[in-house]
Design a protein around this ligand. Sequence first.
Ligand SMILES: Nc1ncnc2c1ncn2[C@@H]1O[C@H](COP(=O)(O)OP(=O)(O)O)[C@@H](O)[C@H]1O
Ligand SMILES: [Mg+2]
Ligand SMILES: [Zn+2]
Length: 344
Amino acid sequence: MPNPIDTFSDPVLGATWGELGAVRRAARLDERWHIDAVVGYPVDGLQEMYTRALSEALNDAVVLDLAFAPPPSRNATAAGHLIAVASGKGGVGKSTTAVNLALGLDRAGARTGILDADIYGPSQGMMLGVADGRRPEVRDQRLFVPIRAHGIEAMSMSMLTDEKTPMVWRGPMASGALRQLLEQTDWGGLDYLVVDMPPGTGDIQLTLSQQAAVSGVVIVTTPQDIALLDARKGIEMFQKVDIPILGIVENMSWFECGCGEVHHLFGEGGGARVAAEYGVELLGAFPLDPGIRESTDAGSPTVVADPTGRVAGLYVDCARRVAGALWQQSAIAATPPSITMDDK
Ligand SMILES: Nc1ncnc2c1ncn2[C@@H]1O[C@H](COP(=O)(O)OP(=O)(O)O)[C@@H](O)[C@H]1O
Ligand SMILES: [Mg+2]
Ligand SMILES: [Zn+2]
């Protein structure tokens, strides 16, 4: 008989649990469904929503055991899945998005770190409120211990050198420094390591893509034509080196003005158009909001500064969809697990 849970459409991703391989066990006992499901993106806080959605889909009472396990990683190290956050153009809000997505993944229940790969213009130390001059400890004379900030593990060039040093480095030195940051840090067993990439499509992007088994990349853009053009270049570069594109985040999409209207300062729908063009997801869109800048400037990004606010909610949802896109892509690549099904 057909398995009614396999056709359940995942509320966050749209794909069915059968396609995704989420159901481990499903049995109807004592007039209700007992379902064990393992979802490949962090689900803290979603138990009730899922139980209700399943109950509606099955038109029956549901007892749900819901757990999170990230898909198997290409990068079998303590850093977990590397998720690169990139853009063609600087100043589109890549670092702001990266840090809030990392904090969003943590909030949703994943062990998360952030690696600031912007060797020439690191910003994660400042954004996470790590005091200037604070240095990571060194373990066994060979491994850095990342600096824990707001619940995530962070490493940045700014934590190892003073501001000016990296500026004089040439490409190969910067790439070498980045590999060291990645490989000589004791990440301690993460589910996801968000990598805040420098702008452009240069040495650093290539090194990381070719040498570090990046699980997927998120492209940040504004709806402005010039940024969209650069976003396309970014997508094409990562496609060339076979890094899966998880999707696009559109930043500074609208502005809620004092006049009471919503203005689209940089145009409308650009992120969605580029996503459709390349057959990838639009993973989220964020307002131009002075509060977003003020909180990262103060070392406490929106997700932690205003955890119950609307923008924080958007970041957490977007973080789930990023992790979900990664799961979805690896589920398509893998054969589905076998399902035990007893209908008594
Ligand atoms: N959605 C937003 N609303 C308001 N300001 C933003 C937003 N996103 C980013 N900013 C601000 O824009 C500037 C550039 O952002 P940043 O994340 O450093 O960009 P990038 O890493 O792409 O160079 C920063 O001052 C940041 O605080
Ligand atoms: Mg940046
Ligand atoms: Zn106005």
